[in-house]
Every structure is written in structure tokens, then in C-alpha cells.
Design a protein around this ligand. Structure first.
Ligand SMILES: Cc1ncc(COP(=O)(O)O)c(C=O)c1O
Length: 388
């Protein structure tokens, strides 16, 4: 019996999702740019999905751009705006860090606390009169730690538009209005209720659906027109007039249909009941593991599915799990067979001797009690703290 515990990397679509997807596609297949009925039907699927996403996140439908995934969404906002004096958390996904580095500008990296959380206060005090861009993820893909992005977004919104006394010393309201605050919500979308992480202070948000059972190869960038200030987004690609020239090319209708179905699911209580159940399993495992490992995931301020820890012989344990059809992932990225140190754990101050043994378990909605029991039985007696 397989146990797939790598949902933060990608989460397979359910059979039900695939059946629904086929139905939606059959009814709406056409080139959305074509003026005939089939094209109009396809265009209407795109518009209704934009509208639904915009409504949940406090944006306008025309501010939703579909593209090939989270990587493209993050690259688009960074390479499209080309900030001069960016601030970034040190624990962002490489698809934020690498495009930023490619600009060859001075980047102010903000480190997290020992719990892996970048705080609102640290972001606030890092802003200088030059700052034109700030980027922070909602939840970290390795540790699952929920960042103080909403707190910062709400502060920004209030200071920009409601209460000038909140503007930090040495800065102006106009400056706060003109800087761009981007959030990467790729791990949060569908795992944390919208009200807990959305904010009117966000100027852009990137989303992807393959972490929660949608298809791969589709993402969305929500980009606020009005508050992205003086900055103009230059598209990465040039071509047809699709999506108001911001992302040319025939739209990925299969991906958008999947997005629309997933987003519909997120409106139902039943989805969030399953998420609560998942959190119970995850919390149970957290308590089971914690005494025997170096636990990196916070107990509370964390995604409902993520456990990240290191134990003695962690690299070998991953292989042993693989042979027993328990699919987890190592904390460090593997490049050409060489394990790289996790930049997230490094920023949290975890020494390499520990972080090289990191294991991430990320559970999905298909996780069941009998799998929990099997997993605990398998891990029992195998976990030991690292002493060096
Ligand atoms: C936080 C975060 N941002 C961005 C991405 C990239 O998203 P995509 O795989 O859709 O390109 C990922 C994927 O792991 C992620 O976890």
C-alpha cells in the first residue's frame, strides 16, 4: 500500500476531478480568441474563473492573468517590474530568489525567526525611502511556516489609505502607495481559509493549483492595477493580444478548467472539513515525531499538511521509506546527484550537519487513518536526534 507524502511538490488530481475536467472541456472547447460560439464559450469559462478568483482575493476580474504556473507568475512580476531596491525574505522559493538575483541589484534579505517566520515588524523596519518592491510568501514550502504577510499587507493598506500616523518615520504615505508588495500564495491556496491570509495591501499574488489536486502547468498572477504605483509591468512574452497583452498566447483551457473546478471546491464547507481532518492527522504526527527529531515545522503557525524535521541518518531513512512505498522528500534540493543545503534551514540558523538529514512529509486530502498508523509503525524505533 503506497503512502504519498509529497503534496507540497505536487498533488495528483483525483479521479473525480479528471472526470469533471473532461466534462467542462467538452462543453467549452474552442480558441477563446475566436468570435464564434465555441470561442465565446471558452472565453466565458476564462472570465468566470477570473471573476471567481478575483472575488475571493479582493481583486478585479481583469486583474487576473493566467500563465504556466507559480514559477512564471513570480518571474513575471519580478522581471516585468524590474525593481531597483527590492526587499525579499531569505526563505522564498528559488523562482523568486533567482529572478531577483538576475537583476543584479542590491537585495535586502530578511531572515526568519528560529520558528521560520518572517515578521511584519522586521519587514516594516527594513523599508527605506528607496525601497520599491517587497516580496514575501504566505507559507513556506519546506517548513510549512505561515509568514506574517497578512499582518504586513493589512498594515500597508491602513498606512497607505486610512491612517497616516502608521507611516514609519522617515517614509511618506506616497512612498508606501508607490512601492509594490508581492505575495507568493502557492502553498497557502486551498490549505488555509482565504480570510486568514488575503489582504487588500497585496499588489500582486501568485497562485498555482497542482499543490492541491489541480493539473500542472497553470498558474495565476493577480496584479492590482491601481496600487502598483508608478511601476509598469513589461510582459515577458510578446505575441497576440490575449490577456490584454500581459501574457500572449492561446490560453491553457485545460488548466483554466481545472482551476475553475478547484476554486469551486474551495467554496464548499466539505473542502475545509477535509482540511481540518488533515490538520488533526498532521498535529498527531507532529506530537509523535517531535520528541525524537529536530522539528523545523512550528506546531501552530503552520500549513495543515506539513512536517519538516531531521533525524539521525535522515538521507538513508528517505531511501528506506521509498523502498517501502512511502514517498517523502529530502529537505535539500538535489542537483546532478549532489545534495544542496536547504537555504530555508540555513536562514533559520540550522547547521548543515543537521539540515542535510532533513525530511519533509507533506500530506494530501487522500491521507487516511490506516496510513497514519502504518507510517507511525514504520517510523517507530527509527528516529533519533542528531548529536554532533
Ligand atoms: C512557494 C512556492 N512558490 C513557487 C512554486 C513554483 O510553482 P510551480 O511549480 O507552479 O511553478 C512552488 C512550487 O513548489 C512553491 O512551493
Amino acid at each position: 500500500m503506497e503512502i504519498y507524502l509529497d503534496h507540497n511538490a505536487t498533488s495528483p488530481p483525483s479521479d473525480e476531478h479528471l472526470v469533471h475536467l473532461q466534462k467542462v472541456l467538452k462543453g467549452s472547447y474552442g480558441n477563446p480568441s475566436s468570435l464564434h460560439a465555441k470561442g465565446r464559450k471558452a472565453q466565458s469559462l476564462i472570465y468566470s474563473t477570473q471573476k471567481a478568483l478575483a472575488q475571493s482575493l479582493g481583486f478585479l476580474p481583469q486583474e487576473v492573468i493566467f500563465l504556466s504556473g507559480g514559477t512564471e507568475a513570480n518571474n513575471t512580476v519580478i522581471l516585468g517590474l524590474k525593481p531597483q531596491y527590492p526587499i525579499s525574505s531569505a526563505i522564498e522559493h528559488p523562482c523568486i530568489l533567482k529572478p531577483l538575483e538576475s537583476l543584479k541589484r542590491p537585495i535586502n534579505y530578511i531572515n526568519p525567526t528560529l520558528l521560520g517566520i518572517v515578521t511584519c515588524e522586521d519587514l516594516k523596519s527594513a523599508i527605506t525611502p528607496e525601497t520599491d518592491f517587497i516580496t514575501l510568501m504566505i507559507a513556506n514550502n519546506e517548513t510549512g511556516a505561515i509568514q506574517e504577510a497578512k499582518l504586513f499587507g493589512d498594515f500597508l493598506h491602513k498606512a497607505r489609505w486610512e491612517d497616516p500616523s502608521l507611516v514609519p518615520q522617515g517614509l511618506t504615505q506616497d512612498h508606501l502607495r508607490s512601492l509594490h508588495f508581492h505575495v507568493d500564495a502557492i502553498q497557502a491556496y486551498g490549505k488555509i481559509p482565504f480570510t486568514e491570509w488575503t489582504s487588500l495591501g497585496y499588489d500582486s499574488v501568485s497562485l498555482s493549483i497542482h499543490k492541491i489536486g489541480g493539473v500542472q502547468g497553470i498558474g495565476a498572477l493577480l496584479l492590482r492595477k491601481k496600487t502598483s504605483g508608478n511601476q509598469i509591468l513589461n510582459p515577458l512574452l510578446y505575441g497576440g493580444p490575449q490577456q490584454r497583452n500581459r501574457r500572449p498566447g492561446t490560453e491553457n483551457l485545460l488548466g483554466i478548467a481545472s482551476f475553475s473546478l478547484i476554486h469551486e471546491e474551495l467554496q464548499k464547507d466539505s473542502w475545509w472539513q477535509q482540511i481540518s481532518q488533515l490538520r488533526e492527522y498532521r498535529d498527531h504526527l507532529w506530537s509523535f515525531l517531535e520528541p525524537h527529531v529536530h522539528m523545523f515545522s512550528p506546531q501552530k503557525e503552520c500549513l495543515p499538511n506539513t512536517l519538516y524535521f531531521a533525524c539521525k541518518g535522515g538521507e538513508d531513512l528517505i531511501l528506506e521509506m521509498d523502498m517501502s512505498q512511502i514517498y517523502a522528500t529530502a529537505g535539500s534540493a538535489c542537483s546532478s546527484g549532489v545534495q544542496l543545503e536547504s537555504h530555508v534551514l540555513k536562514a533559520m540558523g540550522i547547521p548543515k550537519e543537521i539540515s542535510k538529514h532533513a525530511i519533509r512529509l507533506s500530506l494530501g486530502l487522500d491521507f487516511e487513518e490506516h496510513q497514519l498508523k502504518r507510517l507511525e509503525k514504520f517510523l517507530w524505533g527509527k528516529l533519533q536526534k542528531i548529536i554532533f
